[in-house]
Write a protein that binds this ligand. Sequence first.
Ligand SMILES: Cc1cc2nc3c(=O)[nH]c(=O)nc-3n(C[C@H](O)[C@H](O)[C@H](O)COP(=O)(O)O)c2cc1C
Length: 245
Amino acid sequence: MSHPSTPARILIIFFSLSGQSRGLVSLFAQGVRETGATATSVQLKPLADVPYPFGSIGHTLRRMVITFLRRRVPIENLPSHSFARYDCIVLAGPTWSYNPSGPILYMLDRDGKRIFNRQTVLPLISCRGHWKIHNHFLRKRLHLLRANVLPTIWFTHPVKEPWSTIGVFLRYSGYRPEGMHLLKKRYPRYGHTRSQLLDAREEGIRVGNMVIQAKQAGAPAISCRGDAPHERSSNSSEARPTTAR
Ligand SMILES: Cc1cc2nc3c(=O)[nH]c(=O)nc-3n(C[C@H](O)[C@H](O)[C@H](O)COP(=O)(O)O)c2cc1C
């Protein structure tokens, strides 16, 4: 933790290809700032352009295979303030074929030790619906980097299967499934809803307050031991964020 007399400081490191994690992070940061804590965002930028959409069904299938194999995507160097001490670091991004995205994997390999060692880290996942393997792998990596890992927050796209998978696949292939005659009833939208964005803001307020309280109490690090998982329903059509360890 930074010195008790300095304001509570939260760093948000994120990657976002189609804008979903960016939207969540932006509202989360707004919530943090409403508590009086500071929120600094760092977006991972691939060295070579990663197109969105991928352009065709063939290109999308290829991406799914290489991301399943955890291919790293090289990124630009991070600003120097990414390596400072924070009261909490939020690590946010999408699921790519059951894994963290390529830019996040690359950053963990290259900068993980310098950024996360003995820091408190809160993973935040944006995905269509399958976050569990991603979450397990990411938390394991962070534990190996000796981070104090808080319960993960995840947001799923609030569309039923198999329409969600079909819709996301078509979207990344360059189509607009929500405008297609046969799909639009079952696939009304791609991505998260406004209500989920507002939930992200609420999460920012919750985390901001938690960090401030821990600082005021002089705790060496935020502890999640003994905390009940901060769980919310994700079955409704307006899915809410949920947390897991
Ligand atoms: C290559 C690729 C693979 C994906 N694989 C999964 C997956 O295994 N499970 C899932 O729930 N979502 C998967 N998705 C969907 C994204 O996680 C989802 O669209 C997310 O909201 C995108 O966030 P972003 O806009 O911040 O990049 C995949 C997306 C891409 C591009």
